[in-house]
Structure formats: structure tokens, C-alpha cells
Write a protein that binds this ligand. Structure first.
Ligand SMILES: [Ca+2]
Length: 247
């Protein structure tokens, strides 16, 4: 019986019809080897092997989608982006392709780096100098890294981070006076008011009520032709749509 079974196995139908050809198998093996080399190079930031990784400072290397190949965060000219190796080339990592962020930090200590946008709810510092770099009035927006490889700016972790920065509905928006406003705290209060349910129109009204001289100040500043106008910044801050509600 044993002989018959062996004979049957050796003279059976052979390879299935959809089995890869020798050439296809060789191509797949070469692609797998190329991928292995590229992923290993991404993990150690080796640009010679992955020459299509964009220029810039490598900020982070982490396998967000758990496919065995790390994604890489590259900073170039103040902008950060996540890059991934797909089908033989380096491309923008799809879940982060439309996100803007300028810092990477694991805010909830779950071992997965989160992306932080410190500019989304802030304004350029109104000193008419270097307005693109120095920003004030947060809060920071956290894109929390989720297990499926995507990022959320409105899940429980993102909400907890925001709540830490805006713990309660602000009673007073403007801090200081028209002559000596505390710009950071005032802008933060305006952003937090929106997260606590105030509409843009309602927030603008409160700013006007708390700063009766705002119109004079606005025109006086504009007349000097300065590019940074406090009235404008306060109302622009009130217009930024919150990603989630804290109330
Ligand atoms: Ca990956």
C-alpha cells in the first residue's frame, strides 16, 4: 500500500495551473529582496539605498501600519511629512498625506509616536518679524496614532490632550489691556472658547465687548501699514473651526 501511495503522489497532477512560472517566482523573490533592503535602510536612515527618500532631517522612524517596514518622518524647511516604502518606491504615507504637523511625540505613552500640529490653532507672533516661525496661542492639535495605522484628531486621547490645555470654558477671553494685551493667553482663551461650544460670531462679539477700543486700535495699527494687526489676529483666531467639542 505504501508503494502505491508514493507512486500516486509522484505521478499526480503536478503544479496547480495558477502556479507562478520560474520567471515570475524569480521576479517576486527579487522584489522581496529589494523591499527587505529598502526597509532595513529606512530603519537606519540610509539614503544611499533608498535614494528617493526626500532630502531633510530624519525625525522619526516607526512602523505605523505594522507591515514590517518602517515609515519615516522627514523635516524639510520647517515642514514635516511621513514617507513609506510601497511597491518599489518611497511615497507619502497615505494616512498622513493630508496632515500638517511640526512635532512628533508619544503623548499617551503607548509606544506609538503621535503627530502634533502646534500651528493649527495658533497665530504668528505679532511682532512683524519672523512671523512664520514663532507662533503663539495654541492649543496644540494632537494627531493620535491609532492601531490601524491612521491618526485621529478627535478620539479620546486627542480629546484628553486638548482638555489638558483647555480645562474649562474661559470666562474672560482677553487678558491684559488694549495697550498691553497678553497675546498668548488671549489667543489661547479664544481658541478654548470655540472648543467649549462658542460660535465664531459669539466669540467675536465677546472680543469686541471686552476690548471697547478694538476699532480704534485696529485702524491706528493698519494706518501704520504694519503686517501684523492685533484686531485682525484676534478675530481670525475666533474663526478657526475646532476639530472636536469639549462640552
Ligand atoms: Ca510600515
Amino acid at each position: 500500500m505504501a508503494v502505491a501511495v508514493l507512486a500516486g503522489a509522484c505521478s499526480g497532477p503536478g503544479l496547480p495551473r495558477n502556479a507562478p512560472s520560474r520567471e515570475q517566482f524569480a521576479q517576486a523573490a527579487a522584489a522581496a529582496q529589494q523591499r527587505y533592503r529598502a526597509c532595513a535602510a529606512l530603519a537606519r536612515g540610509d539614503r544611499r539605498t533608498v535614494s528617493d527618500l526626500p532630502e531633510g532631517r530624519i525625525v522619526e522612524s516607526f512602523d505605523w501600519d505594522l507591515d514590517g517596514c518602517p515609515e519615516v518622518v522627514v523635516e524639510s524647511q520647517g515642514e514635516m511629512a511621513v514617507w513609506s516604502y510601497e511597491l518599489g518606491r518611497v511615497v507619502r504615507y497615505p494616512p498622513a498625506e493630508t496632515l500638517t504637523f511640526d512635532r512628533v511625540q508619544d503623548v499617551d505613552s503607548d509606544g506609538r509616536p503621535d503627530l502634533i500640529d502646534t500651528r493649527r490653532y495658533s497665530r504668528p507672533r505679532p511682532d512683524c518679524l519672523d512671523t512664520n516661525r514663532l507662533r503663539i496661542g495654541g492649543p496644540d492639535c494632537v494627531w493620535h496614532s491609532v492601531l490601524d495605522g491612521t491618526f485621529s484628531d478627535a478620539d479620546d486621547v486627542a480629546r484628553a490632550q486638548l482638555l489638558r490645555q483647555c480645562p474649562r470654558r474661559p470666562q474672560q477671553l482677553l487678558v491684559g489691556s488694549a495697550e498691553a494685551l497678553d497675546p498668548h493667553q488671549s489667543l489661547l482663551n479664544i481658541a478654548c472658547a470655540r472648543f467649549w461650544g462658542a460660535s465664531a460670531a459669539e466669540t467675536e462679539q465677546r472680543v469686541r465687548a471686552e476690548w471697547p477700543a478694538w476699532q480704534d486700535q485696529y485702524h491706528a495699527t493698519s494706518a501704520r501699514g504694519l503686517p501684523c494687526v492685533w484686531g485682525y489676529d484676534l478675530f481670525s483666531q475666533a474663526d478657526i473651526e475646532p476639530a472636536l467639542a469639549l462640552y
